[in-house]
Ligand binder design. Structure first.
Ligand code: AMP
Length: 211
């Protein structure tokens, strides 16, 4: 795949980050990863200006305003020196427009899953508060040592927005603001590959697209 930007698209909790983490094992040096959610959670934890501003949106399942996200992400994408995966960008038409306006033309991989699976996954999820790696409370991707990140030794915690109420709100935001981005891509001749991420062969399909 020649494109330098690979957009991982799909509902919150569709498993984008988990698929990416599996694919990157042994390939960490070849790619950069820009996970907007991880970046914002880190800013929130460190109580930076960005974190304080983003917190009320994140905690209520809303998207952070476009101007703020675009300012951070577009600069990051432009300065990348390797192919970049974006996990959680673009999530609105305005973000997509900003990306194209900056001359960045991605390929897009859309991970499809039903809402009930998304909700179940969010309820089962724990994340590293230092590096953002996600694990499951069930045995699908359980850490080797309970409560400790396999990758960096950080503490595993529940995300504050992984409550049933907030997950449902995030799904509504997705339907309203993010789903229309697929039509935007089509209208701008940006190819969207679709993977059914509830099937066991999803990881293989993902790797096949990328290698
Ligand atoms: P995620 O880790 O991708 O589920 O994102 C967690 C939260 O971060 C979202 O519910 C939003 O509040 C915020 N967020 C992540 N990506 C974006 C984005 N592209 N635009 C606006 N807000 C975002």
């Amino acid at each position: 795949m020649q494109n330098d930007i690979i957009v991982l698209f799909g509902k919150p909790g569709a498993g984008k980050g988990t698929q990416l983490s599996g694919f990157l094992e042994g390939r960490e040096e070849q790619f950069e990863v820009l996970s907007v959610g991880d970046l914002l959670r880190k800013a929130k934890k460190d109580q930076t200006k960005l974190g304080k501003m983003a917190a009320p949106y994140m905690d209520s399942g809303k998207l952070v305003p476009d101007e703020i996200i675009n300012g951070i992400v577009i600069a990051g994408l432009k300065s990348a020196t390797k192919p970049v995966f974006t996990d959680g960008f673009p999530r609105t038409i305005k973000q997509s427009e900003a990306m194209l306006k900056a001359g960045l033309h991605p390929i897009v991989i859309d991970f499809e899953v039903d809402d009930d699976i998304v909700i179940q996954r969010a309820m089962d999820r724990i994340v590293c508060e230092d590096c953002g790696e996600a694990y499951t409370l069930n045995k699908f991707k359980h850490p080797k040592i309970d409560g400790i990140c396999d990758k960096c030794g950080g503490k595993l915690v529940r995300r504050s927005d992984d409550t049933l109420e907030v997950v449902k709100k995030r799904l509504v935001e997705y339907e309203r603001k993010t789903l229309p981005v697929l039509d935007f891509f089509e209208n701008h001749h940006i190819h969207v590959y679709t993977i059914n991420n509830s099937l066991p062969e999803a990881a293989q399909q993902f790797a096949t697209l990328l290698i």
